[in-house]
Ligand binder design. Structure first.
Ligand SMILES: Cc1cc2nc3c(=O)[nH]c(=O)nc-3n(C[C@H](O)[C@H](O)[C@H](O)COP(=O)(O)OP(=O)(O)OC[C@H]3O[C@@H](n4cnc5c(N)ncnc54)[C@H](O)[C@@H]3O)c2cc1C
Length: 408
């Protein structure tokens, strides 16, 4: 630690200007990410992040959750409705929702904030796409307005990657279902008003799965908070359902279509996580450039050491390649192309870039990079989940391997 600067307020918060963060977003004037409307959206997000998130993030990390007021504020600014169908109260494309997440991270937020604030992005798309008008009015519109917190409950203690093996049972009883089972690792689960829950209404395998919206204030629902390595400001819960009576009117789409709905919506979730991964990498590049300019060792700034300069050049290359590839796959997916293989490759490409860059960023920050409250330390911990959630790296490779004809 000899010679290391004492952590000061300057190291604990972002000191990059929002202008710098906007520049990091890159993109030529011709591309879809840089239209005048989207540049304005970027500025709105940069301002929102600087005012509402950066000054409070350390406290929310300690609290283990985001405040409801943040959802209301984001909803009022129209940031939560992006990428949802117009019929459900949405506007724009998935690219717009991705742009918001990207800019939030580039401006000093984090993937943890994205996980907690944008959980509706995984919690209610199924309802927006397959729900009836009553469900859209009760669940989707309040979520997009930031008035309702939503979760997606798929993973169980004994079934994660293997979604088709889930055992939470929903038994039909008159005009209701009675639900028994458990879900784990559920993002925003301690605060959620509703959980879009994958339940078994039929026999074994994927055809027996349905989606049911469970309000968390129903008798028989209990939940406990899980502590974890990163994403501290995003609460994560274990949920138990003991004889929970849920109206059949909460069934999303037809009985037995839950697995298909989940798989369809995985595409958007994986793209969102890939965007968070390359944005985290880019943010760490930016922070490391600032640091390397300011930090002096043996009489010169780190930025003058060729080995350091080349490492940062490599970090920038990895972030740029990931961004370019993910944006390309996103555009092709939005155009309706079959990009199942590329989507899996894009998530893994962005996660690999992120893992490598956050590691180098911490290394080049020296002891300071290991200090609690320093931004690269938070990104280092937050990044680890991106290769596990929404389909682990190995599952992505299984998808690719299958498409390569390796199934036999
Ligand atoms: C912070 C956090 C937030 C989450 N949020 C949610 C949420 O909101 N909703 C929700 O439903 N779930 C959520 N999850 C769960 C997440 O989606 C699962 O953890 C993930 O899908 C992996 O499932 P698992 O943990 O059961 O791992 P397992 O399925 O047990 O797999 C363990 C590991 O084995 C490897 N593996 C698994 N299968 C294979 C295979 N066939 N071939 C090769 N390797 C394999 C992978 O590396 C995998 O990571 C969250 C998890 C975390 C940690």
């Amino acid at each position: 630690m000899t010679g290391a600067p004492v952590p000061s307020e300057g190291h604990l918060r972002s000191d990059r200007s929002s202008e710098g963060a906007l520049r990091s977003a890159s993109g030529s004037a011709h591309d879809a990410w840089s239209t005048p409307e989207r540049r304005a959206l970027r500025e709105l997000v940069a301002d929102f992040t600087a005012r509402e998130i950066v000054p409070n993030l350390a406290q929310w990390e300690d609290d283990g959750a985001l405040p409801r007021a943040l959802h209301e504020r984001a909803g009022a600014l129209g940031l939560l409705e992006l990428g949802f169908p117009e019929a459900a109260g949405g506007v724009g494309e998935h690219l717009d929702a991705c742009l918001v997440a990207e800019q939030l991270i580039l401006s000093g937020g984090s993937s943890g904030v994205c996980a907690g604030l944008f959980t509706h992005g995984i919690g209610v798309p199924h309802i927006a796409n397959a729900g009836d008008p009553d469900q859209i009015a009760r669940f989707v519109k309040p979520a997009l307005a930031g008035q309702m917190i939503t979760s997606l409950g798929i993973t169980e203690p004994e079934a994660g990657s293997d979604v088709a093996a889930l055992t939470t049972r929903a038994r039909r009883d008159g005009d209701a279902f009675v639900v028994d089972g458990a879900k784990t690792f559920i993002t925003s689960g301690t605060r959620a008003d509703i959980v879009t829950t994958a339940v078994r209404t039929g026999g074994e395998g994927h055809r027996g799965i349905s989606l049911l919206v469970i309000e968390t204030d129903r008798p028989g629902v209990s939940r406990s908070r899980l502590r974890k390595m990163g994403w501290h400001c995003s609460d994560t819960a274990e949920l138990r359902f003991d004889g929970v009576r849920v109206p059949a009117a909460n069934l999303v789409g037809a009985e037995g279509t839950g697995f298909r709905q989940i798989m369809v919506n995985f595409a958007a979730e994986r793209l969102s996580m890939a965007v968070q991964a390359y944005a985290t990498a880019q943010r760490c590049v930016d922070l490391t450039i600032d640091w390397a300019r300011a930090r002096r060792t043996f009489g010169a700034p780190l930025a003058q050491r060729q080995v350091v300069r080349h490492q940062i050049a490599e970090m920038a290359r990895e972030a740029t390649v990931a961004r370019t590839y993910v944006r390309d796959v996103l555009a092709r997916w939005q155009a309706g192309e079959d990009v199942v293989t590329e989507l899996a490759m894009a998530k893994n490409t962005a996660v690999a870039a992120c893992d490598a860059v956050v590691d180098r960023a911490v290394q080049l920050h020296g002891g300071m990079g290991y200090m609690h409250g320093v931004e690269v330390e938070r990104h280092y911990r937050d990044a680890r989940i991106l290769g596990i959630g929404g389909g682990a790296n190995d599952i992505m490779n299984e998808v690719v391997a299958g498409r390569l004809g390796l199934d036999g």
